[in-house]
Ligand binder design. Structure first.
Ligand SMILES: [Zn+2]
Length: 198
């Protein structure tokens, strides 16, 4: 089948991709950040681990060939195509609490990825306990020699895409970030397109 949908900025999606299936995320207007979590579709406690993915590959950024590993060191998916070239998995998802700390009290009631994850994850039983560090597709978060993170203007551009191929049956939980306060979204969150083939 083919899955094809537009996800507006601030909206989300939960897609079950069978083993061998491919899911392409297209940055329609550029400079968008697509917060993504992966779960074993048969056991949501078996989930993506940013720590293990970084450590096992000795690479802090994700791109073509990156194996997206679980907290049991099993492969959930592989990045099979990437026209952007670099994706973050360190910066985390925005939450109302972190927005207040980073950007000030006036951001308290802005939409945030954590709420989107909970809303779209609920049908699969994904609750707060199952939310861990995520992937930020298209987001540019350089890590400097001192270990500091910097939220920078995105490297992406209109039409760039990243594609994952599922190594087993997985749930892909997406929050198309509504973050207005940093340059990774170009200060202007925009829609993305999801195209699945399996
Ligand atoms: Zn966000």
């Amino acid at each position: 089948m083919t899955y094809d949908t537009i996800v507006e900025a601030g909206d989300g999606a939960l897609i079950t991709v069978p083993s061998g299936g491919r899911l392409r995320i297209i940055d329609l207007e550029g400079n968008q950040a697509v917060d993504t979590l992966l779960y074993d579709a048969h056991d949501i406690r078996h989930r993506y681990s940013a720590f293990d993915t970084i450590r096992e590959q000795g690479a802090v950024y994700l791109t073509t060939g990156s194996r997206l590993l679980s907290d049991r060191l099993e492969e959930l998916a592989v990045i099979s195509a990437d026209t952007c070239g670099r994706h973050d998995t360190v910066g985390g998802a925005c939450a109302q609490e972190s927005n207040v700390i980073r950007y000030g009290m006036h951001t308290r009631h802005q939409h945030a990825c954590r709420q989107t994850f909970l809303a779209y994850g609920a049908p699969a039983g994904i609750g707060q306990r199952e939310l861990g560090p995520n992937i930020n597709f298209f987001m540019n978060v350089p890590v400097d020699a001192a270990g500091n993170l910097h939220f920078e203007d995105g490297l992406s551009a209109p039409g760039k895409y990243v594609e994952i191929t599922a190594s087993r049956d997985i749930h892909v939980l997406i929050s198309n970030c509504p973050q207005l306060n940093n340059p990774c979204n170009g200060w202007n969150p925009t829609p993305v397109r999801l195209v699945g083939t399996w």
